[in-house]
Design a protein. Structure first.
Length: 316
């Protein structure tokens, strides 16, 4: 996330990529609402926010539902949680305060962490993340007892789910590794939500394994021993050169060896969460390049590629 004149120019003046041209890759819609015994339901909430649910335990990746409009993220303005949007979304997707056992934050840019404190207050769930996550929580009234700093590579058990947090790397950014050093209270400037560290997530449930990689960058060799059936993959590599794209693919897809890839963080998060998301306008061309690259490579490698829309669930 870079808040700069170029960003503003493109967000205002560049049209969104036509996501409809990829309709053949849309995940099929289902009328199923409840989770059957032994199933896992994963619901896409835009950007890289996901809800995992097996009917007994729920886990959430990233806390970003509010999606403030563009003018709110400019340096002269501030952002804050849209409580009504979060409440309506949680009602729609069936968040159960007794079942939601953890909220895991990939990094602390606002488009991943803005709503974490409100979610913690409303649901009582425990929040996991970097030291900067703790400061976002503290700034908005969350006790340290309800938050934990990640222990990287340590498996955590939540019902039948096992979650392991893997050290990762953000895509090139102006504040890579910069921390939020003191409690950050809303409303706050979007640029005050510094990245800190970035993380990926290995989630296992009985015989099914998922890997969530929100940021499109890699640490060479970090995934050598990781395997997953399903890879939720940040695809924002369209602006990178061919060498980077190929290396990213090799260090993620070819290491994890998934049967299915579901792209994440492709949508315009300055617009409300709906069941008809638009692609990022800043990267309108680059979103298309990223999608085209992964579709071409996965087709050659015989890996399924499915696009989820907002609120859409897929069952495993």
């Amino acid at each position: 996330m870079i808040i700069a004149p170029t960003f503003v120019y493109y967000m205002f003046l560049t049209p969104s990529a036509d996501i409809q041209q990829y309709k053949e890759y849309y995940a099929p819609k289902t009328q199923q609402k409840t989770v059957k015994q032994g199933e896992i339901k994963v619901t896409f909430l835009g950007t890289s926010s996901l809800l995992f649910d097996d009917g007994h335990t729920q886990l959430m990746i990233d806390g970003f539902i509010s999606r403030p409009p563009l003018f709110k993220v400019l340096p002269f303005s501030t952002v804050k949680t849209d409580a009504d949007a979060v409440n309506k979304t949680f009602k729609k997707i069936g968040i159960d305060n007794n079942k939601l056992q953890g909220l895991f934050i990939a990094h602390t840019h606002y488009d991943h962490a803005l709503d974490l404190a409100y979610i913690a207050k409303q649901t009582g769930t425990h929040v996991y993340g970097s030291e900067s996550v703790i400061n976002i929580g503290l700034g908005n009234g969350i006790s340290t007892k309800q938050m934990s700093v990640y222990e990287v590579d340590k498996a955590m058990q939540f019902g039948d789910f096992t979650v392991t947090v893997i050290q990762s790397k953000h895509s090139p950014t102006f504040d890579e590794g910069e921390k939020i050093k003191e409690p950050l209270k809303q409303p706050a400037k979007a640029i005050d939500y510094h990245e800190d560290s970035s993380y990926d997530f290995l989630i296992s449930h009985n015989n099914k394994t998922f890997f969530v990689k929100p940021s499109p960058n890699y640490i060479e060799g970090a995934l050598d021993d990781i395997h997953a059936d399903v890879l939720f993959l940040g695809i924002g590599v369209g602006a990178q050169d061919q060498d980077f794209q190929n290396m990213y693919y090799e260090q993620t897809v070819l290491k994890v060896k998934p049967e299915l890839i579901i792209p994440i963080h492709w949508d315009n998060f300055s617009k409300p969460l709906t069941d008809n998301l638009e692609a990022l306008p800043k990267f309108a061309d680059n979103t298309k390049k990223g999608l085209d690259f992964f579709i071409q490579r996965t087709k050659a490698d015989k890996i399924d590629f499915l696009i989820l829309q907002g609120f859409q669930s897929i069952y495993f």
